[in-house]
Design a protein around this ligand. Sequence first.
Ligand code: ATP
Length: 211
Amino acid sequence: MRITNLLEIKSVTCTKQERCLFESLSFFLGAGEILQIEGPNGAGKTSLLRIIAGFARPDEGEIFFDTKPISQYYDEFAAQLLFIGHKSGVNGQLSAYENVCHWLQVHGYKVDEQAYELLSKLGLVGLEDAPVRTLSAGQQRRVALVRLWLNDAKLWVLDEPFTALDKKGVILLQGQFAKHLAKGGSILLTTHQDLTTHFDALKTLVLEYQF
Ligand SMILES: Nc1ncnc2c1ncn2[C@@H]1O[C@H](COP(=O)(O)OP(=O)(O)OP(=O)(O)O)[C@@H](O)[C@H]1O
């Protein structure tokens, strides 16, 4: 089967605090593919994800989405991007229910019908009314990941999405990844989980720590 390239990272260089994290880095990600970025602490994984998501500019190089440079077509790109980073994007003062209702509204879904269904899918029943900041790390991560269940974005960029999840949570998330890939979506993520046995289309990129 021929894979269409959705994302192209072309000759990207990034320097932080006078240390070159990566230089002239190039790779492709196709529709239905998942790419795992690996490397030691401080190697530059988050920096790379932030450049790919368009939150930071590379020192050199360009990111292309559907063959168009994201620096020039950012709105078009942003409409097809779901980024979940370390700071999960969840409002900790609000409850899980309120956070989910907000995302449902943003994505044009009917709130009442779906909020509890989603919370139940993510194992959050009984916790829906507590402020998210009072939940455990894994429960907070589950709230953040609800967005993967109501988003049609083609490209998911996820910084350590498995952090703090228990075994069931990991399996649930892997299942959602598989559905996204089967629909022709793409995933770029950092994780210390071994995903090799779960995804046929898995690609890996190892960033070495540059001194
Ligand atoms: N905004 C910033 N200003 C200055 N230096 C930064 C900034 N962001 C990252 N760095 C530096 O860039 C290097 C790479 O950081 P980055 O967070 O990309 O690494 P990482 O591979 O994701 O690490 P980890 O596995 O610990 O999450 C680190 O040395 C960090 O101090």
